[in-house]
Design a protein around this ligand. Structure first.
Ligand SMILES: [Zn+2]
Length: 432
């Protein structure tokens, strides 16, 4: 079935209003298009908004009709779009024609009676299905879709109303017992303005004539919670952490799926990509290395950058072609458990000063020896206090043909860096 379009005005150009009916797989959308009409009225300084009561009637129709479409088995959702520029009704196919006519009456004659009476016709007996008590609803008498479809629909509707549906689909019926969870009851009673008219009919409901026999098959949560004492809730001060130690800002309102993966990298390091051969514990990556290695160094470098909130990544050679740098930029990556857990970025420079860690003095006279200078040293959180920093420093010294005490530290030296430096070289360190 193709789209059908009806013109509401004599003007059949873009300025005129139209109603189109577009069939989808589970339902049809009936769309009143007012776009050009609104522009024309606005240009004439006239009010283009929908007449009073129109939006309300359309929304009421959609509430009932979309519930009905879900009942028929549609698993998806709907976009709500009712405004001056157009009104969309979602309707079961059997109501397509009447919905179009009701929409035409509403727009041309400001008559919403047809919309309202369709809403009444479409309404399902949800209050009855979800009233308290255990009972069997029979297909063909109480409902028409297949029992499993109906049960899943009813569960969704129950949870929209804060109810929990204990239920089971049989061959030609469903057994249901709606209850209200204590938390939902408390929320609704505490916020009457959000749930006007809500009355708890479910708590303490006793089925007339005692318990109905109900054909449970297999172990279900239902049986294991029968007669259980409800959970008690208390208010308590909740810790508020503005910023996680990994550097993620918890107050920023960013997606909370992002934090766990970042936090895991901070705690366990960056996973070594499958396509990289990393046969020994330590890799020396330079600005001349293959791009996959330079990228791995760059990804690892981002972890201390985030943790300490630095503006720049200490490894910036993760783009472009291999290049020879006079300062010999390099990154030492230490691998454990198939992750890069230790990272040291360094380059050579010949401007240093001696910093006496005993006297804590200001920096001494300049030194012009060419030395390796540490731009960043970082260890994944889980691997800290296991000597990884010392291993990285030793690798840098060995690779640079000098002693550990000869290496220089980029200013400013972090607390963790100072701690490491003091252990390695208690008298003092070179800074650059
Ligand atoms: Zn974190």
């Amino acid at each position: 079935m193709a789209e059908m379009k009806m013109y509401l005005d004599d003007d059949r150009s873009w300025r005129g209003r139209t109603i189109s009916v577009r069939p989808a797989r589970w339902y049809a959308s009936v769309r009143l298009e007012r776009d050009g009409y609104v522009d024309t009225l606005t240009a004439r300084d006239e009010d283009p908004s929908l007449a009073a009561g129109f939006a309300e009637a359309a929304e009421r129709f959609n509430d009932q009709a979309t519930t009905r479409i879900w009942y028929d088995g549609y698993p998806g959702s709907f976009l709500s779009s009712t405004g001056a520029r157009g009104v969309t009704l979602y309707t079961p196919f059997t109501y397509m024609e009447s919905a179009r006519e009701a929409l035409r009456m509403a727009e041309l004659h400001h008559d919403y009676a047809a919309l309202h009476s369709l809403s009444d016709e479409l309404a399902l007996p949800l209050d009855d299905w979800l009233r308290p008590g255990e009972r069997e609803l029979v297909r063909g008498t109480d409902f028409s879709p297949p029992p499993t479809v109906f049960l899943s629909f009813l569960r969704g509707q129950a949870s929209r109303r804060g109810l929990r549906l204990n239920g089971r689909a049989e061959a030609g019926s469903v057994w249901v017992r709606p209850t209200v969870p204590a938390l939902q009851k408390r929320i609704r009673e505490a916020l009457p303005e959000r749930y006007p008219g809500w009355v708890d009919q479910w708590t303490g409901h006793i089925d007339p004539g005692g318990t109905i026999w109900r054909p449970w098959v297999g172990g279900r949560e239902q049986d294991l919670s029968r007669g259980a004492v409800p959970i008690g809730f208390h208010d308590a001060p909740v810790p508020s952490i503005g910023r996680c130690p990994c550097g993620f800002s918890l107050a920023s309102g960013r997606s909370d799926t992002e934090h766990p993966s970042r936090h895991a990298q901070w705690a366990f390091g960056i996973r070594v990509p499958k396509n990289l051969e990393f046969p020994l514990a330590l890799a020396v990556v330079t600005a001349q290395s293959p791009i996959a290695w330079r990228r791995l160094a760059g990804r690892t470098g981002r972890l201390p950058q985030r943790e300490s909130g630095y503006d720049f990544n200490s490894w910036s050679h993760d783009i472009g072609e291999p290049e020879e740098t006079p300062e010999r930029f390099r990154a030492y990556l230490l691998q454990a458990d198939e992750h890069v857990v230790g990272y040291l970025a360094a380059h050579d420079t010949d401007r240093h000063r001696w910093w006496d860690l005993v006297k804590g003095s200001a920096y001494d006279q300049p030194d012009g020896t060419r030395r390796p200078s540490i731009d960043m040293i970082w260890v994944a959180d889980t691997y800290r206090r296991h000597g990884v920093g010392g291993t990285l420093l030793q690798a840098l010294a060995d690779d640079s043909g000098c002693e550990i005490t000869d290496v220089s530290w980029s200013h400013p030296v972090t607390k963790a860096g100072q701690h490491l430096a003091r252990r390695i070289s208690p008298g003092g360190i070179w800074v650059s």
